[in-house]
Design a protein around this ligand. Structure first.
Ligand code: AMP
Length: 562
């Protein structure tokens, strides 16, 4: 039995398995270990996932979509190539692509998966992730919190015990988690985060600062110009150093140039660096741990590769963070450990995992006296309770002859129920009686997958009601799930063997659009040359031409950024 560990990232995704006591990262059809979480549809109506789609973000923005992890758990729809998708469907296409890569790599079908999610994902987002896995044809054994996975990877890798703080800054989300690894048990003490802070925000800040210097704003740039500037800034961000990089871009019909170095960068992103403080402070406070009690600070997520982020984190903790595992792979490595645990791998026998519920879960109740009541949120399971957890609380009728109690389930920290996330409701019939004479016991059971089971017992009659919170407004119903599955099955996919050529051609087209004059002409010629070889359909010639074509594109790509 193979269980695939999937890190479904905002920007990039990865998969791995656990074999012979270690994680094995699985390459995609292009040989890369990271697959961009980008989906597109080409002129033939065929679906592209990964690098080929990412290359087309510039050339075909209306047919391509990225960063849809941020839409998980919402009913937001995205239109690409005149077709409508929701975030679950788009994520399922990425997962399907990873599943096929794993099957090609392993030479056998893969039917089960462990998928990682940000610790801060609410129930809607968790369900959406599970459904995405199921739509891709996988049974999702377990959702694992990303920081928990990363700490597991470190705990095993370093064979270390102690208190870890995992700071995971990916493309779109920040998660801070306090965990303890002791005698083979990984216990999560607290987690906090920001669902809207990630590496992409650093790029956005750079783009806005460059536009400000150039005296224009986003509306003055065409979508293609804006994409080009975004890519240039994203590349510059990866190369930030004391030495200045000259970035040229066009906007409002003019050519602009801006000098980017580490001082400029830190100035521009300081407001984002400041936003790291609060989730870190919250996680430490909830865990009741001071910075001096931490044994290791672990950095995870592509955006922690930025020196500015590292030094901001080092300053906050007054110590250098650990980064012996590539921050891009720590989560998927931990996911593979979890997959190994699920298959009862002997090398993992001594490891046990506990996790926490990231949000407070409760119901609405009435607070007040003598007919003057106010709706308030009554917590039943407090955030950061170790899961699986089951808690019960008793609630009373407030009016004479009241025959029904409406239980509305919410998730969040606000005293006003309406300011929290509504998860579902139940109508409970109670015997006709005087106020406060009838009561119900509301039991919440929250499991390792972040799924909430609500049991209500009417105390006087013993009558029981149960609800598994599944069909919250934003999650797919069974019927919608079937419809999505049918729609996705109708989509055409690129044949695997031609994927690399498609990715290369898309890259060539991007470079063609980005360059000017002689360079543009030459790129056009080499694209035509490569297409001509593809049309001849001779395998040996194609393999040779592919190498040459890639090399030439590499040269032009380098030239374009300098
Ligand atoms: P993830 O979601 O973990 O794949 O993180 C992706 C984010 O990390 C994107 O915003 C990338 O721009 C950023 N990133 C990846 N590598 C680097 C790097 N070497 N330097 C700076 N940022 C990076």
């Amino acid at each position: 039995m193979t269980i695939l560990a999937i890190d479904l990232g905002t920007t990039n995704s990865a998969c791995a398995i656990w074999r012979d006591g270690d994680a094995i990262y699985i390459p995609n059809k292009l040989g890369d270990l990271l697959t961009p979480s980008v989906v597109g549809i080409d002129a033939r109506g065929e679906v592209l996932v990964g690098r080929a789609a990412k290359e087309r973000l510039i050339t075909n923005p209306a047919d391509t979509v990225a960063v849809f992890k941020r839409l998980m758990g919402t009913s937001h729809k995205v239109v690409i190539a005149n077709r409508t998708f929701n975030a679950v469907e788009l994520s399922s296409l990425v997962i399907k692509s990873l599943k096929e890569d794993a099957e090609a790599f392993l030479g056998c079908p893969v039917e089960q998966a462990v998928i990682s999610v940000p610790a801060y994902f609410n129930d809607n987002q968790r369900f959406a992730t599970k459904k995405a896995g199921e739509l891709a044809g996988l049974r999702v054994d377990r959702l694992i919190n990303e920081p928990t996975a990363a700490a597991m990877a470190y705990g095993l890798h370093e064979k270390k015990e102690g208190v870890f703080v995992v700071v995971d800054l990916g493309g779109g989300t920040l998660d801070v988690t306090v965990l303890e690894f002791f005698e083979g048990v990984m216990q999560v003490h607290a987690s906090a985060g920001d669902n809207f802070l990630g590496g992409e925000d650093f790029v956005d800040a750079m783009v806005d600062a460059a536009l400000k210097l150039a005296g224009c704003d986003r509306s003055g740039l065409s979508p293609t110009e804006l994409h080009q500037l975004h890519i240039k800034m994203e590349t510059a961000k990866r190369r930030i150093s004391g030495a200045a990089q000259e970035i040229t871009f066009t906007g409002a019909g003019q050519s602009h140039s801006i000098s980017v170095d580490s001082d400029w960068f830190v100035r521009v992103v300081t407001p984002l660096l400041v936003r790291l403080q609060r989730p870190i402070g919250n996680a430490l406070r909830d865990a009741g741990i001071s910075p001096s009690e931490i044994d290791e600070v672990v950095l995870v997520g592509g955006a922690t590769k930025m020196a500015a982020v590292r030094s901001a984190v080092a300053k906050l903790f007054r110590r250098l963070p650990a980064c012996t595992i590539d921050p891009d792979f720590a989560v998927v490595k931990g996911g593979a450990v979890q997959a190994g645990l699920a298959t009862k791998d002997a090398a993992l026998e001594d490891l046990v995992l506990t996790d926490v519920c990231p949000f407070t879960l409760g119901i609405n109740s009435l607070d007040g006296d003598k007919g003057e009541y106010l709706e308030v949120f009554s917590p039943i399971i407090e955030r950061n309770a170790t899961v699986p957890v089951s808690r019960v609380k008793r609630f009373y009728t407030v009016a004479d002859n009241q025959t029904e109690i409406k239980i509305s389930v919410y998730q969040g920290e606000h005293r006003q129920p309406s300011k929290n996330v509504f998860l579902g409701s139940m109508d409970i019939a109670v015997p006709n009686n005087r106020a406060m004479e009838e009561s119900v016991d509301v039991r919440f059971s929250y499991d390792m997958n972040g799924i909430l089971d609500v049991d209500v017992t009417v105390v006087s009659s013993g009558r029981k009601y149960n609800k598994v919170i599944k069909n919250s407004p934003a999650s797919l119903s069974e019927e919608e799930f079937k419809k999505s599955l049918a729609r996705l099955q109708k989509l055409k996919f690129h044949p695997r063997e031609s994927e690399k050529n498609r990715a290369l051609l898309a890259r060539g087209e991007r470079l063609y659009e980005m360059s000017l004059g002689e360079n543009r002409e030459r790129i056009g010629q080499i694209i035509s040359g490569f297409e001509a070889v593809l049309n001849r359909q001779n395998e040996v010639d194609i393999a040779k031409a592919q190498k040459e074509f890639e090399q030439r594109l590499e040269e032009y790509d380098l030239e374009e950024w300098l």
